[in-house]
Write a protein that binds this ligand. Structure first.
Ligand code: GLA
Length: 389
């Protein structure tokens, strides 16, 4: 694949010079949804699918971008002298935003580059194709310009900074962190309140991780993501009338129940309830997984979906159809939406010998009910962002 990409790079941008290659994965979150910006825990893993970048430095201050995923857009040009968000610049606002971030953080990028990207993650599907682009660009900038003091964790934080301050999505740290820090066959148990983390082997015995992409397109920026975040912040300030907390992640279920009436709207109460219970569920899920109890892990995944559907209200008919149909299938250990929601993907743990019938049955029900097809991926857990040799 990389050989093909190199060929295309040379066709688009010309031969010669020091052409380098990079990769950053997509991610899937197993449990702990909408908890990261609430100071809670998440449990994502990096995938083996992701974004490839072929890059060569230039002598002038121009940047030229081409993505095989957006062939119709063609080559997009930008300049180091004009680093601003531009709606018309489409997907290139991600790499340009990362360059802008590095400069904001004090790194000297004085010449531009040509960059060709290809992603084998479905775009805007909830597997974090945008964070994957941010991290692959971060890895490329560090390598091309020799920023040796930049750690992978910094690259994750810069990706989030770009998303928050350049692209206008108030996302948490989960996506960029898991994509930068991923490890083969491991999930990352991350405490988003202080970024402490451990790697936990995701040992599923005779089961596989199956991702179902709803093909309902969404952009995080247009979605209700920022609204949910604001609702949680407001709930925290209401709780602060009595409680000495900074985030919902600090509360147990009991503490929440004893104090929830401080939250003056029923809707905000449900939003906060999700954040508190989902965080506690994530702690339990990791504990049972470490004891080898995958069945209980699956039940917690299912409960996570119910909470995202009923209390946090970020699912919608597409994701609910995929998950509720999955629950009815033989060999399904657990199934839930993953990522921000409002479209995007679900993640299911399915016994290996039932994967085929799972895909067939869920696919059929989805097509009948929704009117267009879902795509299914049996995925593997891979390493984080890196330079390719
Ligand atoms: C998106 C955001 C993450 C996280 C999830 C929901 O993927 O980028 O920071 O908030 O939604 O868990």
């Amino acid at each position: 694949m990389v050989t093909e990409l190199m060929k295309d790079f040379k066709e688009k941008f010309g031969d010669g010079g020091d052409i380098r290659r990079y990769f950053a994965p997509g991610r899937v979150n197993m449990i702990g949804e909408h908890t990261d910006y609430n100071g809670g825990h998440v449990f994502p893993c990096a995938l083996t699918i992701g974004t490839y970048a072929i890059v060569r430095k230039r002598d002038d201050r121009e940047m030229r971008f081409y993505s095989q995923n957006f062939e119709e857009i063609g080559i997009v040009e930008a300049s180091l002298d004009h680093l601003v968000y531009d709606k018309a610049a489409d997907w290139t606002n991600y790499p340009v935003g990362v360059v802008w971030t590095f400069i904001e953080k004090g790194y000297d990028i004085d010449t531009g580059f040509d960059m060709l990207l290809f992603g084998n993650i479905p775009n805007a599907s909830g597997l974090s194709s945008s964070s994957s682009v941010e991290v692959v660009v971060g890895v490329a900038l560090r390598d091309l310009y020799g920023f040796e003091d930049v750690t992978m964790q910094d690259i994750a934080l810069y990706g989030q900074y770009c998303e928050n301050n350049f692209n206008g999505v108030n996302c948490g740290i989960m996506d960029q962190f898991s994509i930068a820090m991923g490890k083969k066959d491991m999930a990352i148990f991350l405490d988003c309140s202080d970024l402490s983390y451990t790697y936990v082997p995701l040992e599923l015995k005779d089961a596989k991780i199956v991702i179902a992409c709803s093909n309902k397109k969404r952009g995080l920026g247009d979605s209700k993501y920022n609204e949910r975040r604001a609702e949680c912040e407001e709930a925290v300030s209401e709780l602060q009338a009595k409680l000495d907390i900074k985030t919902l992640g600090e509360l147990t279920e009991e503490e929440f129940e004893a104090n929830k009436d401080l939250i003056k709207s029923e809707v905000r109460q449900r939003r906060a309830k999700h954040a508190v219970y989902e965080n506690q569920r994530t702690l339990k899920a990791v504990e049972v997984l470490q004891k080898g109890d995958i069945e209980e892990f699956g039940r917690l995944m299912n409960a996570s979906h119910v909470s995202l559907r009923d209390d946090y209200e970020v699912t919608g008919i597409e994701l609910d159809t995929l998950v509720e149909t999955a629950w009815e299938q033989e060999g399904v250990i657990g199934s839930r939406m993953t990522g921000a929601g409002f479209g995007g993907c679900t993640v299911s743990i399915v016994k290996e010998d039932c994967v085929e019938s799972f895909i067939e049955n869920v696919g059929k029900v989805y097509l009948d009910k929704i009117g267009y097809a879902a795509d299914f991926y049996v995925v593997e857990i891979g390493d984080g962002g890196r330079v390719l040799d």
